[in-house]
Design a protein around this ligand. Structure first.
Ligand code: FES
Ligand code: FES
Length: 169
């Protein structure tokens, strides 16, 4: 099968039971996305698929031959960081870093959802710059951080939301 990941076409022979996460990590060497729980509870495996954030451990690779997939490696690289990556660094939005790729992909997807007016719970009509810290935390609640870097994660997201210079993925 062919997969469009980070703007490149990748060929891979995969078992029908292979998850998108395992496709990236085990077959393609894209190890930025992390496996925390492998059953949809931690968010460490979050990727962007057709602009939406998903838990890549919960979806099969064979379902995504026609999808545009972006992993943390596709958002930015050293020397050319995505604004969200840059903000996480400057706000110290991590400790061990294990949850960070998922946090960053989720944050980018979350702000995209806000721009599109997709509801999370109560405040669907907010703009990104109006997000309260509580709203950011609620919308990021699928991404767990065992190091409890949550305050700095929220700081980083708030800054990117307020600057309005997010780059589309
Ligand atoms: Fe996918 Fe935890 S590894 S949600
Ligand atoms: Fe360690 Fe989040 S920085 S789990």
């Amino acid at each position: 099968m062919k997969f469009n990941i980070n703007g490149k076409t990748h060929d891979a022979e995969v078992d029908v039971r292979t998850s998108l996460l395992d496709l990236c990590r085990e077959h393609l060497g894209l190890t930025g996305s992390k496996k925390g729980c492998d059953h949809g509870q931690c968010g460490a495996c979050t990727m962007l698929v057709d602009g939406r954030r998903i838990n890549s451990c919960l979806t099969l690779a064979v379902m995504h031959e026609d999808s545009e997939i972006v992993t943390i490696e596709g958002l930015g690289q050293v020397g050319d960081l995505h604004p969200m990556q840059d903000a996480f660094v400057r706000h110290d939005g991590y400790q061990c870093g294990y949850c960070t790729p998922g946090q960053i992909c989720s944050a980018v997807g979350m702000l995209g959802e806000v721009e599109k007016g997709w509801p999370s719970h109560a405040s669907a009509d907010l703009t990104a710059v109006e997000l309260s810290d509580a709203e950011i935390s609620e919308r990021m609640s699928g991404n767990l951080c065992r190091c409890a870097a949550y305050p700095n994660i929220v700081d980083a997201i708030r800054e990117v939301a307020g600057k309005g210079d997010r780059q589309p993925v």
